[in-house]
Design a protein around this ligand. Structure first.
Ligand code: GDD
Ligand code: MN
Length: 377
């Protein structure tokens, strides 16, 4: 096998046959396999199996029981399962034209790079298939921001957000990747300095179906960027900062409505505690959730900790306000900052601690990343 094609799919049924047809057409003479990593909720797996039966090239299907890590997690699972060392990652909706693959292979064959990126933004490429001018602007801006944050590692990469690239698997440490959401190439390039080349391509219109990109994906991307650049603690700090501002704003509003400041602080704290937990779950510790037991257990630990913290913090606040006449909202801010470090340590080491016994009765199969690697052909 010379080449493994990794195709993440989420409800892409109507595109499967056309993709395999165009791959067979352009890759005649190359020994390749296609690995579909599927998280679909519809009949896409059946369509893949049926198409595989008619395909000359081997087609494999990994249908995941749980979409751990989303699109990025699917790509990593595919690369792990690949037979060949050269892995080509592409979308399943034909926005990444198969006809570009021979150019990527030719560039890799020169032997001096670890990754060949198919770029929309290098001269000769276009992004006209991006739905709408808002999407185009968002893509351009986030590309700029990303390049500014990794000026050295992304030097020479005009399109770190593309999902179309050819990767030499031995050059990456798959275990160090923390896939979250859509941007897996960024994760690969930011972890380790790779030798990189680019080939332009025209980002096409979708063959069928609708895009799965969303506002939530955008927020996940920002969290991913923060974590890659500054580490988990700063992502935690950003979430804590947002929580602290929300806490103080709620407290200020309740006081303005005539509430006693201690009661205002209590209510503001409870609302923030719950909101904070959700942000930690889905942004900061998203990559550790699968391995750290049940969400309600984590919530219980986090909620108990934060309430204990509040139980201590609010009397301290009272003492500060009564003894020093510092304005109550300012004093609350001081106590929130002091609580931050302790809270980070507790969450990173205790709430999201990997559960060794998760295969046992306490945590059912929930965490199994790959349900089955079916050899369909
Ligand atoms: N397995 C799996 N799990 N596949 C997914 C998931 C998921 O949770 N979400 C999306 N996919 C698959 C889709 O089925 C499709 O094959 C591919 O990933 C890209 O998803 P689209 O919904 O088509 O996203 P897009 O066209 O907006 O985004 C593409 O363009 C970006 C550049 O603007 C993707 O190629 C991105 O990787 C790329 O960065
Ligand atoms: Mn697409």
């Amino acid at each position: 096998m010379d080449l493994s094609l990794i195709v993440p799919t989420f409800n892409e049924g109507p595109n499967v046959r056309e993709l395999l047809r165009r791959l067979a057409q352009t890759l005649a003479g190359t020994a390749y396999e296609v690995v579909f990593v599927d998280d679909s909720t519809d009949d896409t797996p059946d369509i893949i199996r049926a198409a595989a039966a008619e395909s000359d090239a081997p087609v494999r299907l990994i249908h995941r029981a749980e979409a751990v890590g989303g699109l990025g997690g699917a790509v990593v699972a595919g690369i792990q399962a690949a037979t060949a060392d050269w892995c080509l990652v592409m979308d399943g909706d034909l926005q990444h034209p198969p006809e570009v693959i021979p150019q990527l292979l030719a560039r890799a064959a020169r032997g001096d790079v670890d990754v060949v990126v198919a770029s929309r933004y290098v001269s000769g490429g276009t992004s006209k298939g991006l739905a709408g001018s808002v999407r185009t602007a968002v893509s351009r801006l986030s590309t700029l921001l990303t390049k500014a944050m990794f000026p050295r590692k992304l030097h020479g990469c005009s399109d770190p957000m593309t999902g179309f690239f050819l990767l030499h698997r031995p050059a990456v440490e798959l275990d160090t990747l923390r896939p979250r959401g859509f941007k897996i190439l960024l994760e690969v390039l930011a972890r380790r300095q790779l030798r990189l080349a680019e080939v332009p391509f025209d980002f096409a219109e979708r063959h069928a179906g609708a895009s799965k990109a969303s506002f939530t994906q955008g927020v996940r991307f920002l969290a991913q960027l923060t974590m890659l650049r500054f580490g988990r603690m700063s992502a935690f700090a950003v979430v804590g900062g947002v929580g602290a501002v929300a806490n103080l704003a709620i407290m200020w509003a309740l006081i303005a409505l005539g509430m006693e400041y201690v009661w205002a602080a209590i209510i503001a704290s409870e609302v923030t505690i719950i909101g904070n937990f959700l942000l930690l779950e889905y942004l900061v510790f998203a990559d550790m959730r699968a391995d750290s037991g049940l969400m309600r257990h984590r919530f219980l630990k986090s909620f108990t900790f934060n309430n204990l913290e509040a139980v201590i913090r609010i009397p301290v606040l009272w003492v500060i306000v009564e003894a020093t006449h510092i304005p109550s909202v300012v004093a609350a801010a001081l106590t929130l900052v002091a609580a931050f470090v302790v809270r980070f340590v507790f969450h990173a080491l205790i709430v999201y601690a990997p559960q060794r016994q998760r295969a046992g009765a306490a945590a059912p199969a929930a965490a199994a990343p790959v349900a089955a690697d079916e050899r369909a052909a």
